[in-house]
Design a protein around this ligand. Sequence first.
Ligand code: CA
Length: 229
Amino acid sequence: MADVDKNERTVVVVEDDAHIADLLDAYLREAGFRVLQATHGERGLDLIAQHQPEMVLLDIGLPDIDGFEVCRRLRAKSNVPVLFLTARDGEIDRILGLELGADDYVTKPFSPREIVARVKAILRRGQPDERAEADVLHIGDDYRVDIARREASHGDEVVALATREFDLLAFFARNQGIALSRQQLIDGVWGLGWEGDDRTIDVHVRQLRKKLGDDLPLATVWGIGYRLG
Ligand code: CA
């Protein structure tokens, strides 16, 4: 395969929902990964054996063997990092309970950007010194958003945030000084499968303000949405 760039890292996506798979494909390619797709578990295992990817994104509900079984068979011979794509809380319990050797999981609906961030974070675990500066974002002098560790802090205090609250804060932190519409926030944070309405964004923003305190320079931009910084 002469056309394969040796520095390009490969991700195998095992997912039978073509829409989700294509979206992940697009975002991962844009982030510089080579992506191989499989819609079935058996085919996924073949691709992994053949191409020795750096990372596997694994759906659980697949047409043949499920993601748990794929992971079990994979772990018999490989330590490749696995990020599970889960649809239900019950699946998360099983991932945690079965000690399958999953490296992380994300719950659908998820934002493709978030997946790319997780993939990079997992791949970086083996190389702590290569951690990018941009993975820690600062908001004014008081707030710090550590993307890789998924940790927000105010001064010396770590602030406990729910998954989506953290995603929302990270999205604001990456887009400081820009007035963001509610739709931009929905696309950037929730992406696929958004089921709420504009009010849901407002509820999350209110929660963020409450948890992070009055020092957070988060302004309401009337008629548009919100602006951080
Ligand atoms: Ca599925």
